[in-house]
Design a protein around this ligand. Sequence first.
Ligand code: 7PM
Length: 278
Amino acid sequence: MPILDCAGKSIDLDRPQVMGILNVTPDSFSDGGDFFNRDRALEHAFKLIDEGADILDVGGESTRPGATAVSEQEELDRVVPVIQAIAAEIPVPISIDTNKASVMREAVAAGAGLINDVMALQGDGAMAAAQALEVPVCLMHMQGQPRTMQQAPHYEDVVAEVVAFLQSRVEACLSAGIARHRLILDPGFGFGKTLQHNLTLLSHLEQVCALQLPVLVGVSRKSMIGGVLDNAPVDQRLYGGLACAVLAVERGAGIIRTHDVKPTADVIRMAQAVVSTR
Ligand code: 7PM
């Protein structure tokens, strides 16, 4: 699975790719007044690309654990102007982190080239939207819903259940007319999982990779790192996240989603140099 076509831009899956998180909170690109600042958005995008990002993930925060749902209009207002501002100016694909069909359509129309859906296209109209848009889709596993999923996560066998879910979503996508070569899989670290579940999933990530589709891993700054490192706060989770990124690449992950692009790009290049020598 070498080159993934993302609406004209490409992802080279022959080496692990870095997906940089472009922060799109309501005021991240405003200039203090309520004006959307195109230059600030571009500046941030180019910084991430200079640091080594191969993909930029843009999300309106509708799917964050514990978050209350963001309205469709709110999500569109946050995400579409940013994509419009940067898409034609940057060489790398933009992924749209959403579970809403309307946001998928507007984002791709604005220049996004990949759909990142934590609900794995189970939302209203999402499957049909993704099929019609003909861009790659990342299918993520989640147990429960964002607002409540961390209350009492439970599995008999977390690895087997995550793999079975992803397999069933792949089948659903194929039945709906989405080409297999457009699919990416993600075990969904932190989404309805205890610390032990997350560690077990990462240690057995090769079982997800065995589905023979590119695997995306997002552990950057997550609570599983704090859980291991004496409750380290979010700003003290970099090295823990880098350890996870290396372990993920060794087990076959193809894309690492991160806030910390430069250090992540370095460690996965180093890890890949060793892995590819085997
Ligand atoms: C609070 C907790 C805020 C967690 C934000 C998050 C993933 C994702 C997110 C992932 C894919 C974050 C997460 N995580 N999409 N979106 N995989 N595909 O760290 O693991 O940004 S939200």
